[in-house]
Each structure stands twice: as structure tokens, then as C-alpha cells.
Design a protein around this ligand. Structure first.
Ligand SMILES: [Zn+2]
Length: 244
């Protein structure tokens, strides 16, 4: 059975770990029938080892692009800090060890505009990090925090609005800033304070934001349903001033 050379297995895991929501539809490693008629690193060698991977360009991550990942990996090779790869192809450009990692036009039949191709040396067995996880910049983080803050405030206002319409004080107090919302907001501010937020945490936060949004949507449905059951004229409750 064919296996992938360890360095590329590690690179693929690094992409998966750091961009857990990434699109994988243009991913690949072992050559199909078309590849098998050509001399491709996607074909297993005599020992059954494949020396290439394709990684879909859609990382679905805030603050990081495949372009930045490719440029980072190429720069590490050009500077001599890494030597596990032989060439990289992305967006009609090829960078190779044999040409000192300088960019050249790539005019193969596949333009590589949906995925990046990474080829590794035979014997590239080291699984150490390629460094793609450290590519998110502080200014990108700030923008994301701003967006999350804004969204939470919007959600809070929306829920309050619905609760107000329901004219039901008990629901309003509960829906205003529930424990779920609070824990998510707390996580955002804690990681912002510690200053060591990485891509992985950001994706978790984005996931949490999605969950809060869907919980809020459910809550709004429930509130509307409750509101529809409240009689137009509420009987005076305890503490309600007598209008007379
Ligand atoms: Zn490829």
C-alpha cells in the first residue's frame, strides 16, 4: 500500500490542524490514472512512497491565505532554513530548489488556481513544523475581535428587542446576557488579553460565535412563540402599579 513521505504528511496535518474548517475538495496526494502515464511525484515510487500533495486554496480562516502560506514555505527554503521540498506550484507560478526558489511562470495544463502543489525530496522524513500556523498578523486579529464584539452586541440588542416586544420582564432578564453568551465573550477577551491567540483558537472562537448565533435564533423563535401566547391585556402582576 502506498504511503505519503512523512514531511508532506506532516505539512498536510499542519494545514488540517490550523485550518480545521478548510475546504478539501481540491486536495490530493496519490496519482490517478492520468498521472500514472506521466512522471509525477503523485505516483508511488519503487518503495510505494508518494512525494507530492495538493492542498485546496480555500482555508476558510480569518487572516490567512494560501498565498501567504506558499510564500512563507518558499521563503524558508530560499533562506536555507528548510530543505525538505523540491518545488511548489501555485497560481501559474513554480518555485523550485533547482532554480534557487525564484518564482517562474508555470504553463502546465493545470494552472493550480484551486490548490497549491508541494513536492518533497525522497527521504524527507522530518515532521517538524513548516511554520504555517504562525502566519496570522496582529492587525488581522484586531479586525476579527472587532467583528466578534460587534456581532455579540448586535445579537444582544436583537434578543432584547424581541424580549421587549414580548413585554415579559422575566424572559428579558434571562435572555439579556445568558451564561452561554457570557462564556463565549469571556473566552474572546481572555485570549485577547493573553496575546497568544493563534489561528486554531480563532477558528474555535468563530465556531463558538456560530453556535451562539444559532442558539440566539432558536431563542428568538421561542420568545416569539411565548409572546404570541401572552394575552393582549396582561393581568396586573405583583409590583405592577395600579393604573387607576
Ligand atoms: Zn499536484
Amino acid at each position: 500500500m502506498a504511503t505519503l513521505v512523512p514531511a508532506l504528511d506532516a505539512l498536510r496535518s499542519e494545514f488540517n490542524r490550523n485550518f480545521s474548517r478548510r475546504d478539501k475538495s481540491s486536495d490530493g496526494w496519490i496519482g490517478d490514472a492520468a498521472h500514472q502515464n506521466s512522471n509525477s511525484d503523485h505516483n508511488p515510487d519503487a518503495n510505494g512512497i508518494v512525494h507530492a500533495i495538493d492542498v485546496d486554496e480555500d482555508l476558510r480562516a480569518p487572516g490567512a491565505t494560501m498565498r501567504e502560506c506558499v510564500e512563507h514555505v518558499v521563503a524558508e527554503h530560499r533562506a536555507g532554513r528548510d530543505n525538505r521540498l523540491t518545488y511548489v506550484i501555485y497560481e501559474r507560478t513554480i518555485w523550485s530548489a533547482s532554480r534557487d526558489w525564484q518564482p517562474r511562470d508555470y504553463d502546465g495544463s493545470n494552472p493550480h488556481d484551486k490548490h497549491a502543489h508541494f513536492s518533497a525530496k525522497k527521504g524527507a522524513n522530518s515532521r517538524r513544523s513548516f511554520g504555517v500556523e504562525d502566519l496570522v498578523k496582529q492587525e488581522d486579529l484586531d479586525k476579527i475581535f472587532e467583528r466578534i464584539d460587534l456581532r455579540f452586541n448586535q445579537l444582544k440588542a436583537e434578543v432584547n428587542e424581541v424580549a421587549k416586544e414580548a413585554a415579559y420582564e422575566v424572559i428579558r432578564a434571562d435572555a439579556d446576557w445568558g451564561p452561554g453568551t457570557y462564556s463565549v465573550a469571556g473566552a474572546v477577551f481572555d485570549s485577547k488579553k493573553s496575546g497568544d491567540t493563534n489561528t486554531r483558537q480563532l477558528i474555535e472562537l468563530t465556531d463558538m460565535t456560530d453556535r451562539v448565533e444559532s442558539a440566539t435564533a432558536d431563542l428568538k423563535v421561542q420568545l416569539a412563540e411565548l409572546a404570541s401566547r401572552i394575552p393582549a391585556q396582561l393581568p396586573p402582576g405583583p409590583g405592577t402599579p395600579d393604573p387607576a
